[in-house]
Design a protein around this ligand. Structure first.
Ligand code: WT7
Length: 667
């Protein structure tokens, strides 16, 4: 079955020492006294899980039609939450705060990479979203139509998402770092009618174009796209297709600021977001409105202890990932928060850029990824030391397991040994945070996500699906439906069932290995399938292998995720060459450097720069079982410079000697 874990995969090495971690950080009493989260929440949710979620949905959201049903799981694994209620996501994120008298509150402090500043209050945001919604209507987009969004980190990204939500048009945000090919396949899969993009954005100190990728994507084949709405950000030259292309500043700026949000059913699709599975084809994860918003608001309020009147919240994720959906676009705005949005990279123009932003805006809550923390550790404490970070009071981590040393550094250097760290486990599929300490409640353990949130039934099970005892390891599952759960894979019901629900009947299989410690706290141990996690971004080994073999020089390819000190895992590819490239490599003193460089560039073109292998090794053979399955475990040993493990199931056990020997042959 397509997305089943493969039997020869193991959790990434180097994490065993996690379980000897003994440090504990009990909540500071002063923090606990003012915390949003309360220990009683667990009891309340345990006693009446559905009642607990119904309370959250009622108290944190405004419904145009109140719901009376909480959960319908009779068609499992299809769940319907709050299904007879109606609401509008954009109204909840924006308008109601203006109506409540908070129109002057800053919603977004936007900071461009070059230091430009834009400040949008909730009233500003309401006006901009309404205008953009009117423009979408003028461009023929109606309730139910899909809109692809391919934008840099500028306020228009959030405005565009909310404008779609305002008319009930599901958005499909495609990360700006993805290639034209990736954009094309996502446009086609979701049958998007409109693409919203920009001329470009600023990355690492220069303007990087986006519009050409859209133009190229739309020439790759037939698409349902009628219009391309283009934000002018960098002012660079763009190709223009008259009749199809429309400038944002001409259409949106001229549109009326009066727009009635369209109330939709709670189960109306809010967005599709593509993520990597274990096959080459990305999955369009479908999220709907009511349940997603309820859990987004609840988790954002309690996991980050948000106080909307006084906090300045900053999540560093790009809106192209689920973290940017739930904790930039929806969660904070639903809760009426003031947030920072930053366009660029952490080291442009200098390595203190993030800390400078925290000082400048008095950021109180920071949510980022372990890979970023480890990068900052590498750059050195002197960079954060130059800035006043005393405003910070909660620190969040997401995307991959955070090793205890990075956790400790985050707490000490960034959090002044004072701010609680919350390690939040969740996935594109879960929609919102599922496992995390609650600040002010949980005694934190460096490196562990610890506890399922109130109302969440996470567990670790063995091969047979039975919960493991404390102190043992297995697979992470979700034993009960949750409000923000995915409602399916766009256009592929069977894959939805096979991937998540067939391994342990009745339970959602997350794809992660995990252990319970002696206190029953959960430690995540990485993926157990062919999904890699590079800098907190999900990549599929198979997808990169397909990209490699689509190159004329490649006969066969195998890709593994090798552990990497900074990025968690790194992409390492093994390729067998063919044709001229193979002859050149085999010739006396054969040099593969040019081929390798070309293949890395090819992967970047096919998928995006994030998928570019860290290294590509040219080999004569790949290790295969007698049934022809590539043994990635052995390749991972090579990639991680370990002694190669058990080779007895190989069809030809000498292959590994060849590969290992090849590594040491100077090229
Ligand atoms: C995979 C999901 C959730 C937003 C970002 C990633 C890994 C995520 C943690 C964590 C250990 C984590 C898992 C998961 N992961 N957070 N706190 N500790 N692992 O979303 O791209 O859907 O990836 O990221 O392996 O399955 P995603």
């Amino acid at each position: 079955m397509a997305d089943q874990p493969d039997d020869h995969s193991t959790a990434p090495g180097g994490l065993e020492n996690l379980l000897v971690e003994e440090r504990r950080f009990p909540p500071d009493p002063a923090f606990a006294a003012q915390a949003n989260a309360q220990p009683e929440m667990y009891e309340r949710a345990d006693a009446d899980r559905l009642g607990f979620w119904a309370d959250q949905a009622r108290s944190l959201l405004s419904w145009s039609t109140e719901f009376t049903e909480v959960l319908d799981f009779s068609q499992a694994p299809r769940a319907r939450w709050f299904a007879d209620g109606r609401l509008n996501a954009a109204y909840n994120a924006v308008d109601r705060h203006v109506e409540a008298g908070h129109g002057d509150r800053v919603a977004i402090h936007w900071e461009g990479e070059q230091g430009e500043v834009r400040t949008l209050t909730y009233a500003d945001l309401q006006r901009e979203v309404a205008k953009a919604a009117n423009t979408l209507g003028d461009l023929g987009v109606t309730t139910g139509d899909r809109v692809a969004i391919y934008l840099p980190m500028i306020p228009e990204a959030v405005i565009a998402m909310l404008a779609c939500a305002r008319i009930g048009a599901p958005h499909s945000v495609v990360f700006g770092g993805f290639s034209a090919e990736a954009l094309y396949s996502r446009i086609v899969d979701a049958e998007a009618r409109l693409v919203i993009t920009a001329d470009g954005g600023y990355r690492r100190g220069s303007a990087s174009a986006l519009k050409p990728a859209v133009d190229e994507a739309l020439t790759k084949g037939e698409t349902p796209v009628e219009h391309v709405l283009v934000v002018r950000r960098t002012g660079q030259e763009v190709g223009w297709t008259p009749g199809r292309d429309v400038w944002w500043h001409e259409s949106v700026d001229a549109a009326s600021a009066e727009h009635e949000p369209v109330p939709v059913e709670a189960e109306h699709p809010l967005f599709i977001l593509y993520t990597s599975g274990t096959t080459g084809r990305p999955k369009g994860i479908l999220h709907t409105t009511g349940g997603y918003l309820a859990q987004a608001a609840f988790t954002h309020l309690n996991v980050f202890d948000l106080k909307p009147e006084t906090d300045v919240y900053w999540c560093t994720a790009d809106v192209g990932w689920v973290t940017g959906h739930t904790y930039v676009a929806y969660g904070p705005l639903l809760n009426g928060a003031t947030q920072v949005m930053y366009e660029g990279t952490p080291d442009t123009p200098h390595r203190g850029r993030w800390w400078e932003i925290i000082e400048k805006y008095g950021v109180t809550i920071l949510y980022t990824a372990p890979t970023a923390i480890r990068t900052c550790m590498k750059w050195g404490e002197e960079h954060p030391a130059k800035y006043d970070l005393s405003s910070l009071r909660v620190l969040g981590s997401v995307g991959e397991p955070i090793n205890p040393e990075a956790w400790m550094w985050y707490r000490r250097v960034i959090g002044g040994d004072r701010a609680p760290v919350v390690d939040t486990w969740w996935q594109t599929e879960t929609g919102a945070i599922m496992i995390s300490p609650l600040p002010g409640v949980t005694a934190a353990k460096p490196g562990s996500a610890q506890t399922p949130l109130p109302g969440i039934a996470a567990d670790v099970v063995d091969e047979a699906g039975e919960p493991v005892p404390d102190g043992a390891g297995g697979y992470l599952v979700l034993a009960e439906p949750w409000p923000a759960m995915l409602r399916g894979i766009w256009g592929d019901e069977q894959r939805f069932r096979d991937t998540y629900w067939s391994r342990f009947p009745g339970k959602y299989f997350a794809g992660d290995g995990a252990k319970k410690d002696d206190d029953g706290d959960i430690w995540l141990l990485g993926r157990v399938d062919d999904v890699m996690n590079v800098s907190g971004h999900r990549l599929s080994t198979t997808e990169i292998e397909s990209a490699l073999v689509s190159h004329p020089s490649v006969a066969e390819a195998a890709v593994v995720g090798a552990s990497d000190d900074t990025t968690g895992q790194a992409v390492v590819a093994f390729v067998i060459l063919r044709g001229e490239a193979a002859e050149k490599a085999a010739a006396e003193g054969g040099d593969t450097a040019a081929t390798v460089a070309e293949l890395r560039a090819h992967v970047a073109r096919e998928i995006g720069p994030i998928a570019k292998p860290r290294s590509i090794l040219v080999v004569a053979e790949l290790p295969k079982t007698r049934s022809g399955k590539i043994m990635r475990r052995l390749l991972r040993d090579v990639a991680e410079n370990r002694t190669v493990g058990d080779v007895t199931t190989l069809a030809d056990s000498s292959v590994m000697n060849l590969i290992s020997a090849g590594l040491h042959t100077p090229k």
